[in-house]
Design a protein around this ligand. Structure first.
Ligand code: ZN
Length: 385
């Protein structure tokens, strides 16, 4: 019997130039605001101007790199007295803002609520009103209900997760991504593609996420090469396509599940301090290959094989394409986009046993269409080095 739930940010506004509409969203809603932002983005001075024009007092909180437990604690202190938070930046910034908004209204320490390494208690109070404005195209975190936080002490990245963490508004303006450098376009774009492929073959796939994944994969496939090679394309349609793919990936992963690529990404991100997108980009074709091999050898009639075949047909535009053709296409794309091996992030064979052990416990791994054993997971990492 079919059953599923679907949740997203209270409101999504999408379109080039829509940042200008932020003003209308703020009117009379904020008395004091925390602006959680990255280091540099053309959008920062524009948001400052909008806040000043509205006479909204605000404090700024800068996020360097991916959020850690200490950074979130510091952000919660900065949010004291605020009734609204804006997150403006890439996935790390948006996740930091999301976690700060949630913990600002829930007493105790972040470890009371973190999964895997914390107590995993549920959040009880609604988050501060949170407006998420992405400046990269990949994570889709503006519409998800978790924030990925690193605990350097445990050497792992884990989630703070709650239905109460969905942003109040996701404002997705593709204009903010026009100036992204090619390497960021590549890794974040392949993360978006991963977040469309993994939910589509996951154990929690459902008709709503399926529709979103099919459409999102089309946009990613039609746009990623162009956005990488010519991000300043005067037509800008490639940037718009990737912003849409990222948003759809977020919607899909928040309402289905992910898989082994993201299962690896948490532990490896914590162990290597490598960007999330770079890890996913490297692992996507290798996990597709491992999954297909395992499915074909152990569960020949599994529905995920048909789903991988459908992905291949969408990607290649060839109705006769096989699942292997899809995997090859993704692998070729990663090469064309100059995705470096994991050894470039300092990984070597000695990291593999610990990474595999942690991956087997990761929440995303449970969404994988088939349970990969220790050897299969280890083999993926050997190839990724
Ligand atoms: Zn991801």
């Amino acid at each position: 019997m079919l059953s599923f739930e679907f949740a997203t940010a209270s409101k999504i506004i999408f379109g080039a130039g829509k940042l200008n509409g932020l003003e209308d969203q703020l009117k009379g809603r904020a008395k004091r605001l925390l602006l959680v932002r990255g280091k540099s983005s053309d959008a920062i001075p524009r948001v400052r101007e909008i806040l000043s024009a509205q006479d909204i007092p605000f404090t700024e909180f800068e996020v360097h790199g991916e959020p850690t437990v200490d950074m979130v604690r510091e952000g919660v202190r900065a949010a004291e007295g605020c009734d609204m938070v804006i997150g403006l930046g890439g996935g790390s910034v948006l996740d930091a803002g999301k976690a700060i908004s949630a913990l600002a209204t829930n007493s105790g320490d972040i470890f009371d609520y973190l999964e895997v390494i914390g107590k995993g208690q549920p959040l009880l109070n609604a988050s501060l009103t949170y407006i998420a404005i992405p400046t990269t195209a990949g994570t889709g975190t503006e519409v998800t209900r978790n924030a990925v936080i690193e605990s350097p002490e445990h050497g792992v990245k884990v989630s703070l997760r709650s239905p109460l963490m969905l942003p109040s508004l996701a404002l997705v303006d593709p204009e903010l991504t026009y100036a992204l450098p090619p390497a960021v376009t590549a890794s974040s774009g392949l993360d978006a593609l991963t977040q469309l492929i993994e939910p589509f073959v996951s154990v929690k796939a459902n008709p709503m996420t399926d529709a979103i994944c099919r459409e999102g994969i089309c946009h990613a496939v039609g746009s990623l090469r162009r956005a990488y090679h010519n991000g300043a394309d005067p037509q800008r349609s490639a940037r718009e396509g990737m912003a849409l793919a990222s948003l759809f990936g977020g919607l899909a992963m928040a309402n289905a599940a992910l898989g082994a690529v993201h299962g690896f990404a948490g532990p490896l991100g914590g162990m290597l301090h490598a960007p999330h997108g770079a890890i996913c980009a490297r692992l996507l074709p290798l996990v597709m290959e491992a999954n297909l091999k395992a499915l074909e050898s152990r569960q020949g009639g599994h529905a995920a094989i048909r789903r991988y075949t459908e992905i291949a047909q969408i990607i290649t535009g060839d109705t006769n394409a096989s699942a292997q053709d899809g995997m090859k296409w993704v692998s070729d794309l990663a090469i064309e986009l100059n995705i470096p091996p994991l050894s470039a992030h300092g990984m070597n064979e000695s990291h593999i046993p610990e990474a595999v052990e942690k991956t087997m416990k990761a929440s995303s791994t449970k969404g994988n269409p088939i349970v990969l054993n220790e050897k299969e997971l280890g083999d993926v990492l050997v190839m990724a080095l």
